[in-house]
Design a protein around this ligand. Structure first.
Ligand code: NAD
Ligand code: 6OD
Length: 484
């Protein structure tokens, strides 16, 4: 049975207070996770502070870049271990984890290492009142000890998306992975040691949110900034914790993203794109599409085509032949998603497909399975259309005009992402600027260039990360003015 211990100052720290880590495909026990208390969080933050004041803080950028490349290489060298750990924790198909989650885990270190090596600094020459001259130049220093609080849906990808830039900028981190998915953050500790990253630079504390490691970390006065990915309501709690000491936050939160399909879109590509956006990773992607709006002339045909896609998905264990959909992350999340399936039925939705629990072979019967589900016919104010479900499901409604599509898409407190399908270049650009989101894809979904700004509008987040935008959060910008 595996033991997931805390990683503090380059060493493994057990606590004797454990909780279970279970595999959602069959609810089998993977191992025991050692919950960090206040003492372990204090020790991790102190180790991170010491590292900042020690070798790591004095290290040249060139050496830091070398080490981050060594970490990326270490992930790639132990690719299969990361893969097995991730699919055991999440149940996601091996094909998905091996093409998206684990490669991005390595890329997140390489990209930000290369960025920091090439980042320019601004400078301005100015005239001074005495007729002389001064020069101003910008210096970026690390923000300090960064608390990184992570969700369970893309555990390694989303954790390294924060840790990569944080370390590239010279900070140290204390990571609190989701209680549902402790494995890959723990494994990364081994890689850090193998790569020669000094002790205390990367620390992991396990546990839950309130009254546990998450709350202890975010309330810790010696944490200089908190970067968080997760639900909007949790983001609010973290922002309140960060208010003590006026500590900055970067928040990537929930979404209720719209997919908009115009009648002139390439039909097959639009169907395939929306199917990915609704069902990939069993719908557990913050950027996913749970509200689909289709222009009326192609509405019936589109619903039938998406139904065929949903019914063609093959559910099963991650390494099963042709499997392209796994379970939800946990029985608890299954209960939440199924509660929305019931709400949809109660509200009078037409269930185009799915709506319940699939029949699975006996060996998988205890897993967190739900059917990919499509509804039509619900009013826009129903819970299923207003609230983030985070499951493999979507509601499809017709629209007539571009203005109506924009109004419907923007009628939500969230503002993370949108995916628009059209062959009209003008409409594409108009949608790109009218939709109130942080990321708008045209004829694509989840196509990522890590140099671009990533984040949410409205209640989907605060701040942007990605490329040079990450520097805004992970560094302190100082202006030096030199009178010549
Ligand atoms: P969650 O908010 O329940 O938990 C996220 C993390 O926060 C976990 O590690 C949890 O233990 C911790 N936590 C919970 N309460 C806390 C508290 N009071 N103080 C400190 N830490 C606390 O989110 P989840 O269920 O793990 O993930 C799913 C959610 O994440 C969805 O809403 C999804 O949209 C969102 N998400 C957003 C993005 C994005 O980029 N915007 C990406 C992925 C997931
Ligand atoms: O691709 C990324 O960098 C990113 N942050 C993706 C978020 C996905 C949400 O589930």
């Amino acid at each position: 049975m595996k033991q997931f211990r805390n990683f503090i100052n380059g060493e493994w720290v057990g606590t004797g207070r454990t909780f279970e880590d279970r595999n959602p495909i069959d609810n089998s026990l993977i191992g025991h996770v050692h919950e960090a208390g206040q003492a372990e969080v204090d020790a991790a933050v102190a180790a991170a502070r010491r590292a900042l004041q020690g070798e790591w803080g004095r290290m040249t950028v060139a050496r830091r870049v070398e080490l981050l490349h060594a970490v990326a290489d270490g992930i790639n060298r132990r690719f299969d271990e990361f893969l097995q750990a991730e699919i055991a924790d999440t149940g996601k198909p091996l094909s998905l984890a091996s093409h998206v989650d684990i490669p991005r885990g390595a890329a997140n270190f390489k990209v930000f290492a290369d960025l920091i090596r090439n980042v320019p600094a601004e400078s301005f020459a100015m005239a001074t009142p005495d007729g002389g001259e001064a020069i101003n130049y910008a210096v970026r220093s690390p923000r300090g000890v960064i608390g990184v609080v992570c969700p369970w849906n893309l555990p390694l990808l989303l954790m390294t998306w924060k840790v990569g830039p944080a370390l590239a900028c010279g900070n140290t981190v204390v990571v609190k992975p989701s209680e549902e998915t402790p494995a890959t953050a723990t494994l990364l500790g081994e890689v850090m040691n193998e790569a020669g990253v000094p002790p205390g630079v990367y620390n992991v504390v396990h546990g839950f949110g309130p009254d546990s490691a998450g709350a202890f970390l975010t309330a810790h006065p010696d944490v200089n900034g908190i970067t968080f990915t997760g639900e909007t309501r949790t983001g609010e709690a973290i922002m309140k914790a960060a208010a003590n000491g006026v500590r900055p936050v970067s928040l990537e939160l929930g979404g209720k993203n719209a997919g908009i399909v115009f009648a002139d879109a390439d039909f097959d590509k639009a169907v395939a794109g929306i199917a990915r956006a609704a069902f990939e990773n069993s719908g557990q992607v913050c950027l996913g599409t749970e509200r689909v709006y289709v222009q009326r002339p192609i509405f019936e045909r589109f619903v039938a085509a998406l139904k065929a896609k949903a019914e063609g998905l093959r559910l099963g264990s991650p390494d099963g032949d042709g499997v392209n959909m796994g379970p939800l992350v946990s029985l608890e999340h299954q209960a939440k998603v199924l509660s929305y399936y019931r709400k949809a039925a109660d509200a009078g939705a037409t269930v185009v497909t799915g709506g319940g629990v699939p029949e699975m072979p006996e060996a998988l019967a205890e897993g967190a399975w739900v059917q990919p589900t499509i509804w039509t016919g619900l009013p826009e104010d129903s819970a299923v259309i207003r609230e983030e479900i985070f499951g493999p499901c979507c509601h499809i409604a017709p629209f007539d005009t571009e203005e109506e599509a924009i109004r419907l898409a923007n009628d939500t407190p969230y503002g993370l992402a949108a995916t628009v399908w059209t062959s009209d270049l003008g409409a594409a650009h108009r949608m790109g600027s009218a939709l109130e989101v942080g990321i708008c894809w045209i004829n694509a979904w989840f196509l990522r260039d890590l140099r671009t700004a990533f984040g949410g509008a409205k209640q989907s987040g605060i701040g942007r990360e990605g490329g040079v935008h990450s520097l805004e959060f992970y560094t302190e910008l100082r202006n030096v003015c030199v009178k010549l």
